[in-house]
Design a protein around this ligand. Structure first.
Ligand code: HEC
Length: 231
C-alpha cells in the first residue's frame, strides 16, 4: 500500500512546484508543453525568404506558391488577353479584337469619369492633348493634335484597348488600374470624343464593330440623342 501513496505524493509535488515556479502571468505564458501548437511556423505572406535552411520547402525562397500556369480566377476570364505586346500584336488587336460586352449609358459615363482621372492629365478632358502634364512635357504629347483628328476617328477600338492594356511608347499601361470592362468603357469614351460636334456634344454609342474605321461601325443611339459634355 506504500507505493501508490508515493506516486500520489510525487504527482502533487510536481503540480505544486510547477504552479509556483512557472505560473503564467501577464507577460509569461508559463510552461509550454507543446510550443509548436501555440506558435505556428507560418510563412509571412508577400515575403521572400533567403534562409535556405529554415525555409527550404518552397522553391525560389518564396512564401507563396505561384498559381499553375494558365490558371484563371473564377469570373475573371476577361483578363485573358490573346495579343502580345509587340507591333504585330498591336496590329492583330486592331484587326481582330472587338468589344464583346455591351456598355450601358451608365458604363459610358463611368468611362468618362475614369478618363478624367487617368487620362486627362495628358490628353485633356475634351481630348485636346492639352492636359497639364503634356503641356509641360513635350515628350508626353502625342503627334496627332487632338481626339477629333482623323487618326483617332479611324483608330480601331481594338488598338485603343491594346494601348490601354500594354501602353505605347511614352504612354504607360493602364492594366494595373482599369479592369477589362473599364478599359472598354474608357476606349468607348475615346471614340465618343472623336465624334464630338462643334458644340462639344458627345453621342451615346450603342455598339462598336471591329472594322478599320470604327467611326462608321459605331452605332449611335439616336433615342438617347446627344449627351452634353460636362465642362
Ligand atoms: C503621361 C501622359 C499620358 C497619359 C496619362 C495617357 N496617355 Fe495616351 N498617349 C500619350 C502619348 C505620348 C501617346 C502617343 C503614343 C505614341 O504613339 O507614341 C498616347 C497615345 C494614346 C492613344 C493612341 C493610341 C494608338 O494606338 O496610337 C490613345 C487612344 C490614348 N493615348 C488614350 C489614352 C487613355 C484612354 C488614357 C487613360 C487611360 C491615356 N491615353 C493616358 C500620353 C498619355
Amino acid at each position: 500500500m506504500k507505493k501508490p501513496i508515493n506516486i500520489i505524493l510525487s504527482i502533487i509535488s510536481v503540480i505544486s512546484l510547477s504552479s509556483c515556479g512557472w505560473k503564467a502571468g501577464e507577460n509569461d505564458p508559463g510552461i509550454e508543453y507543446a510550443p509548436d501548437m501555440y506558435y505556428s511556423k507560418g510563412y509571412e505572406p508577400m515575403t521572400q525568404y533567403s534562409d535556405t535552411n529554415k525555409y527550404r520547402y518552397n522553391p525560389y525562397f518564396m512564401s507563396m506558391r505561384e498559381p499553375v500556369k494558365g490558371s484563371v480566377a473564377i469570373g475573371q476570364l476577361d483578363y485573358q488577353y490573346a495579343y502580345d505586346n509587340t507591333p504585330d500584336g498591336y496590329e492583330a488587336a486592331g484587326a481582330g479584337l472587338s468589344m464583346k460586352i455591351s456598355l450601358s449609358e451608365k458604363d459610358q459615363l463611368e468611362g468618362e469619369r475614369l478618363f478624367g482621372i487617368y487620362c486627362s492629365v495628358c490628353h485633356g478632358m475634351m481630348g485636346g492633348n492639352d492636359g497639364p502634364v503634356s503641356t509641360k512635357q513635350a515628350a508626353l504629347k502625342p503627334s496627332w493634335p487632338n481626339y477629333q483628328d482623323k487618326y483617332i476617328k479611324e483608330l480601331p477600338i481594338g488598338k485603343i484597348y491594346h494601348t490601354l492594356t500594354y501602353g505605347k511608347n511614352n504612354m504607360g499601361s493602364y492594366a494595373y488600374a482599369l479592369t477589362p470592362k473599364e478599359r472598354w468603357s474608357v476606349a468607348t469614351y475615346v471614340k465618343r470624343l472623336s465624334m464630338m460636334d462643334s458644340l462639344g456634344n458627345l453621342p451615346v454609342i450603342k455598339a462598336i464593330g471591329v472594322v478599320e474605321t470604327a467611326t462608321t461601325a459605331a452605332v449611335i443611339d439616336s433615342s438617347k440623342s446627344i449627351k452634353k459634355m460636362k465642362p
